[in-house]
Design a protein around this ligand. Structure first.
Ligand SMILES: Cc1ncc(COP(=O)(O)O)c(C=O)c1O
Length: 311
């Protein structure tokens, strides 16, 4: 992953090497931060870089910060302005991934959230947004998804990602590409860094928001594509583990992974053959057009980074 020229740090755009935190930083020691992942897609024909669902991501960032007692004196609009400024300053003309992070910056010991200073940083780095070429091999993890009453999955908290990392590495060591979590009650939650959809008997199904999922921005986008472009309502309901084994189609979705078909689950080919099913294919096609500002119906999903300032 290449280093960007400029990052946003302590209220200013600074050269990458000048953005440094202390070993005593609270967030580094206790995982007390929250963050977002936002993609921007380069459109060569438009000579434009489109930020995807930027406001929705910053709304979720502020929501995560509220859960963590980190009230930020900053609005979604101001966060968007900082992000656009960062993209422009780096002059990216390729697909990029933007990482805003709010973290407890005090240099002191003691696990708590109150009476500490939250700071904001952002960096962006090139990351190709090509659609997935094939489906992945997934497995149900032996690790359970964190519970809302222990570590809220609804907030995108830095420390939470130890849960994802344990599952991802276990899956990788066992020869799989990714892991699917069950809740403590045994129902399907989500993948290590993606939400999950399945198709059964023509119905599109996804675990509801009370299943300890991150309330994904891409998940909402998939539901809109299904409803408005495919005339398909999404059923949000608890999903059993063995429904994964008998479904017709399964895909994962997230900002980083985009729309990712699942070819097999615990050595069982999805839908019997492991091929990419028609609903998944259609969702992928609509999504790929929308993210590059080429889908009139979903034109409001993207914000041009350069707009009138571009030449
Ligand atoms: C645990 C988890 N679930 C779901 C998602 C998908 O969320 P989004 O579509 O907002 O990127 C992510 C990605 O950020 C994630 O880390």
């Amino acid at each position: 992953m290449s280093k960007p020229e400029y990052v946003y740090f302590q209220g200013d755009y600074v050269p990458f090497d000048e953005a440094k935190v202390s070993v005593m930083t609270h967030a580094l020691n206790y995982g007390t931060g929250c963050f977002e992942g936002i993609r921007a897609y380069w459109n060569e024909a438009h000579q434009e870089l489109y930020l995807l669902k930027m406001a929705e991501h910053f709304e979720r960032l502020l929501q995560s910060a509220r859960i963590l007692h980190m009230p930020l004196q900053i609005s979604v609009e101001e966060l968007c302005t900082i992000a656009l400024g960062l993209i422009r300053r780096n002059g990216f003309k390729q697909d990029v991934y933007l990482r805003p992070l709010v973290y407890l910056a005090d240099e002191l010991l003691g696990a708590r959230l109150h009476n500490l200073k939250a700071d904001l940083t952002m960096f962006a780095t090139p990351m190709s947004g090509e659609p997935a070429a094939h489906g992945i091999k997934a497995t149900v993890s032996s690790w359970r998804r964190i519970d809302d009453n222990a570590m809220p999955a609804r907030a995108k908290i830095t420390g939470t990602y130890v849960n994802s990392s344990l599952a991802k590495t276990e899956a990788s060591h066992n020869g799989f590409d990714d892991a699917i979590f069950l809740n403590t009650d045994g129902h399907v939650s989500e993948a290590s860094g993606m939400n999950l959809f399945l198709v059964r008997k023509g119905q599109l199904i996804t675990p509801g928001v009370q299943q300890n999922i991150l309330e994904g921005v891409t998940r909402q986008a998939v539901m809109r594509i299904a409803k408005e472009a495919l005339d398909l309502e999404t059923l949000e309901r608890p999903v059993d583990r063995t429904e994964l084994y008998v479904c017709d189609e399964m895909f994962l979705c997230g900002t980083g992974a985009q729309i990712l078909p699942v070819a097999s689950i615990d050595h069982r080919p999805v839908g019997g053959t492991g091929g990419v099913g028609p609903v998944t294919r259609h969702v992928m096609d609509h999504y790929a057009r929308a993210v590059r500002g080429e889908h009139p119906r979903f034109a409001d999903w993207v914000t041009p980074a350069y707009g009138s300032t571009h030449n």
